[in-house]
Design a protein around this ligand. Structure first.
Ligand SMILES: [Zn+2]
Length: 352
């Protein structure tokens, strides 16, 4: 082990490491339907431990073919799968609902798991259901995935096009943001389109996060944030989690590597400072096993996540050290910035 490796390990051991976006629930739900159990322990724990991850925000995601009829049912299935998984492996995992829970997870050497919406399809048009999901543990509200729902339009995976998917928040969307913030939930604008983003900014009373987005000045797709959006988000005290997908992070996606993640971090730091960037890797390798081979084979260019999975987080820390980031800066990027938002927005007790 060279001195840089050693230093990276030390920093990771000493500090709280948070991944602000991981599609864990789809994997759990799909595998449990096939009769598997302890999926987190068997398939994910080793990578989490190698990467010294302490906390992961796990998204509830509904696939297109289930919308709208099965959205609510599938979301409940996914949450149920997580509850069962935690019950099966209580010495390794715990639910997180507050800032204090994250600290507890670190102290007890467990992986803390938060729940988030990646699109509010499970609510459809019923805001009352938000209270039920809160009680079930959901604390993050990603308003959309990259498609239209009752609250707003999602962003495109290509350049912005005002002719397409260009509506802002609906009346329901505005009410959703207000109610969620009042309840102590965190609003997440990753996947929201530009108009929706600026509508959220008009009414927010709390820090806003983009859990897994990169910089549009580096890769010009609507899914990434413009410099103006980064500044606006930082002005709320919010945080951007850097996304590891090669096509979001790099202009030369085939050759993307850890330095592209560092570039995105650098860009945000140069624009607004060190307090507004974190990690939201969006590792999806574990989901590709569900993709039909025909789809994978016919893809024009390869999608992959830089670092591949959580076990390689130390590689990013080494790259940040190489680039001259201090221990204190790296601590903020790894988790302290997101923790600041959790402390400010998430409530200790039930909102009732
Ligand atoms: Zn996403």
């Amino acid at each position: 082990m060279n001195s840089l490796d050693k230093k990276a390990e030390e920093i990771l051991d000493e500090n709280i490491v948070i991944d602000a976006h991981f599609d864990l629930l789809m994997d759990l739900s799909a595998q449990r339907k096939l009769g598997f159990c302890k999926v987190m322990e068997k398939d994910h724990l080793e990578n989490f431990k190698k990467g010294k991850l302490n906390c992961v925000v796990s998204s509830i995601f509904i696939e297109n073919y289930m919308i709208p009829e099965l959205s609510l049912r599938e979301s409940l299935n996914q949450i149920s799968a997580l509850y069962q998984e935690i019950r099966e492996s209580p010495s390794y995992f715990m639910m997180c609902k507050t800032f204090e829970d994250v600290q507890k997870a670190k102290e007890e050497n467990k992986i803390g798991i938060f729940l988030s919406f990646e699109g509010v399809e499970p609510l459809y048009n019923d805001l009352n259901l938000l209270e039920i999901f809160y009680e079930l543990g959901v604390r993050f509200v990603g308003i959309t995935w990259s498609r239209r729902n009752y609250a707003a339009d999602g962003s495109r995976f290509s350049e912005p096009d005002p002719e397409k998917n260009s509506n802002g928040l609906s009346d329901f969307g505005f009410e959703l943001v207000k109610k969620a913030q009042k309840m102590g939930m965190i609003i997440d604008v990753s996947h929201l389109n530009d108009k929706g983003f600026w509508d959220v900014m008009k009414i927010t009373t709390q820090p806003i996060i983009a859990s897994h987005s990169d910089c549009r000045s580096i890769v010009n797709i609507e899914r990434n944030l413009t410099d103006e959006q980064i500044k606006a988000l930082a002005s709320t005290g919010g945080v951007i989690g850097i996304n590891a997908l090669n096509k979001f992070a790099s202009r030369m996606p085939e050759n993307a590597d850890v330095y592209d993640l560092v570039n995105n971090i650098d860009h945000i730091v140069n624009l607004v400072g060190i307090d507004f960037v974190g990690l939201g890797f969006d590792f999806c390798g574990h989901l590709r096993k569900f993709e039909p081979l025909i789809v994978t084979q016919n893809k024009v260019s390869r999608s992959f996540e830089i670092l591949e999975n959580h076990s390689n987080i130390p590689v990013l820390v080494e790259a940040l050290l190489e680039k001259g980031y201090s221990d204190k800066d790296i601590k903020k990027i790894l988790g302290e910035n997101f923790l600041r938002v959790y402390k400010q927005v998430l409530k200790n007790d039930s909102f009732l």
